[in-house]
Design a protein around this ligand. Structure first.
Ligand code: CO
Length: 133
């Protein structure tokens, strides 16, 4: 049921980050997408097998990723795991007292349904649940 979906990395300039991860490191660019609702532009990079990296550039200064960059600089922003029933899992986690960023799923990159769990409840790690169509 659970497996790693991707690692999210906050970056200042997407094009430069894509260059480093593909041309320099040799990973493969899968696609670029603008997520207006989340105020980010993302690039998915395949690192081989099922391993993927999501590069996130903020679209505006009030984007949560912009705030992250301001306080922590570039680096790992979140871990994402794949789930098969996101609503049931969110309900269960809430019942267990876990602090959620999203009580209900929203639409993320590639049409997936996603929800974030607050780092407060995950030992400092922002955790994303991803249910793929
Ligand atoms: Co993500």
């Amino acid at each position: 049921m659970f497996g790693m979906d991707h690692v999210g990395v906050a970056v200042r300039t997407l094009d430069e980050a894509i260059h480093v991860y593909t041309d320099v490191l040799g990973f493969k660019l899968e696609g670029v997408q603008v997520l207006t609702e989340q105020k980010v532009k993302v690039a998915f990079i395949s690192a081989g097998g099922d391993t993927r990296i999501e590069l996130l550039e903020p679209l505006s200064s009030d984007s949560p990723v912009a705030k992250f960059l301001e306080s922590r600089g570039e680096g790992i922003h979140h871990l994402a795991v794949t789930v098969d029933n996101i609503e049931a899992i969110l309900k269960e986690l809430k019942r267990k007292g876990v602090v959620l960023v999203d009580d209900t799923p929203r639409t993320g990159a590639e049409g997936a349904r996603i929800a974030f769990i607050h780092p407060k409840s995950m030992r400092g790690v922002l955790l994303e649940l991803v249910e793929r169509p």
